[in-house]
Every structure is written in C-alpha cells, then in structure tokens.
Design a binder for this molecule. Structure first.
Ligand code: BEZ
Ligand code: FE
Length: 290
C-alpha cells in the first residue's frame, strides 16, 4: 500500500506558523515564520529517519560545545563552509558603489591588537619578507587620512596567534593608520594557504562530503574611518592553488594581489629598513561613504 503525505503533516507546519502570528516584533515574526516553513520543507524533502534527525541534533550540539568563546567558533566555521556567510555578505553589499569588495570575517579576529607605525613589521615568526602598501580613498577618489587598517594573518605553520600557544601575542596582527595622503604600509611575511580547523564537527562534515579544508593564502583587513562604511575583506595571493576551491567560498577576482620579488637594493628597502630581498604587494582600498 502506498503511503501518502498525510494532511496532518501539512497541518503541523500551518499550526506552528499560526502560533507565531502574534509575535510582537514584526521582524522577528518574519524570521521565525520563514524559519519554520523552510525547516519543515527541508524535513519533508529529505524525510529523515529518527536516527538521522538525532544525528543532526548531535552534530549541532557538538558544534556548540566546540566553541570556546575566544578563537574557536565552530558555528561561524559551519556558516562559512556552507556558504551562508558569503551569501549574507553578498546580500548586505549589493550596491555597485565602486568600493572595494568584501569577504568573510572568519573566526580569528582579535580586537585591541597593537597600534603600529607606518611600515612597522608585524611578523615575529619566520617567513618570506613582504611589504604590503597603497592608499585608502573614498569613492570620489579623495584620500582617507586616519583610516585604521586592522590586519591579521597566519604564521607559516598556518595558525593565527591566539590560536597557537607557540606564537607571541600580537604576532602577525596589528592596527595601522593612513597618513595625510591616505597612504598605509605593512611589513609582514607573504601569507600562506592553510586548512581551517578540521578536528571538530565541521571537519567531519568536510571529510564526509569529500571536501578539502584549505583556504588560499590571504591577509585579513578590517578598514574603518569616520563617515565611511567599515570594510571587512582579504587580499588573496595571486596564483594560489586554492583560489578556485576556497573551503569558505570567499574569493573574488578583485581581491587578488601579486607579491612581486624586489632586491635588497630597492628604494623601498632602505625607506622601510628591510635588509634583504623581499616581496612587494600594492593595493588601494576604496571605502563607501556611510
Ligand atoms: C579565516 O580566513 O581566518 C577563516 C575564514 C572562515 C573560516 C575559517 C577561517
Ligand atoms: Fe584567514
């Protein structure tokens, strides 16, 4: 005998949606009713066994337990690896304003990192020396003086300070400020590609779905200046093998930079006290006005 979806199954959804009808906050009502409709539609589509549904609840429970409130945020990682973070980003930055494109924030930002002078070296661990520099401008081309560029990147072992007890606090992190011309300069090391933490539920999900955990090499930026929209973005290393398959779907063509080889005799080396060959990356940021 063929078993049909019963009217009772459909009625459950309508009952829950109706129960939410008096939610005092209008936005919360939209969020909750849509959540219930889509969640029920998912369940109707995949028809989970009870064991599968408990496995899903166990997965979410473990995801929560993996979060430490500091630098391990497994729910952000889940949102990122399912492409939800980039979808939220795309929806919230639709205007083609000419401003620099945005990408994922990620779970490894730490506020209050050291203020650094123009061209100061933020790397206390080894790597290929690099200078990343350029201008911050408004969409009409005027320089933005006093913009704060909050930067973070991994060491060559693929880990961020704060995540890795072997690194000094503040390593490969810092806040730089643009000068009167809107110019900034960061001394660091060339970023490397690295895997996102794969020792938790998200790692198991990646493995079970045949996915790798790698991100292409990048430098994180949060650029903030009065009167402008805060910009959260990365600069990706041109030519990185993971640009086409970033585990968190964060790559955009406009955010790729080349790290060009420069000799120790380059004028920039003497200007910034670099005592050997280095790589130079140039990038100008454009901030949308608020
Ligand atoms: C990151 O680039 O730091 C990152 C972004 C999303 C998930 C994990 C790490
Ligand atoms: Fe990162």
């Amino acid at each position: 005998m063929e078993i049909k979806h019963t009217d009772a199954e459909a009625a459950i959804t309508e009952q829950v949606v109706a129960r939410l009808a008096d939610t005092p906050d209008a936005r919360l009502k939209v969020l909750m009713q849509a959540l219930v409709r889509h969640l029920h539609a998912y369940v109707r589509e995949v028809e989970p066994t009870e064991e599968e549904w408990f496995a899903a609840i166990r997965f979410l429970t473990e995801t929560g337990k993996m979060c430490d409130g500091l630098v391990r945020q497994e729910f952000i990682l889940l949102s990122d690896t399912l492409g939800v973070s980039m979808l939220v980003d795309a929806i919230n930055h639709r205007q083609a304003s000419g401003a620099t494109e945005t990408t994922v924030f990620g779970p490894f930002y730490i506020p209050g990192m050291p203020e650094r002078g123009c061209g100061e070296n933020m790397a206390e661990t080894p790597g290929t020396p690099a200078l990343v520099h350029g201008y911050v401008r408004a969409t009409d081309g005027t320089p933005v003086a006093g913009a704060v560029l909050d930067i973070w990147q991994t060491a060559e072992n693929g880990m961020y300070s704060g995540q890795d007890p072997g690194q000094p606090a503040g390593n490969l992190r810092g806040r730089y400020r643009t000068d009167a011309e809107g110019y900034y300069a960061i001394r660091t090391i060339v970023p490397v590609s690295y895997p996102v933490p794969a020792d938790g539920p998200v790692g198991r999900m990646l493995q079970a779905t045949g996915r790798h955990p790698w991100r292409p090499a990048h430098l994180h930026f949060m650029v903030d200046a009065p009167g402008h929209r805060k910009l959260v973005t990365h600069l990706f290393n041109q030519g990185d093998p993971y640009l086409q398959s970033d585990v968190v779907f964060g790559v955009k063509p406009s955010l790729q930079v080349a790290y060009e080889a420069r000799p120790a005799t380059d004028a920039l080396a003497s200007r910034f006290g670099i005592d050997g060959p280095f790589r130079e990356a140039r990038y100008d940021f454009v901030l949308a006005s608020r």
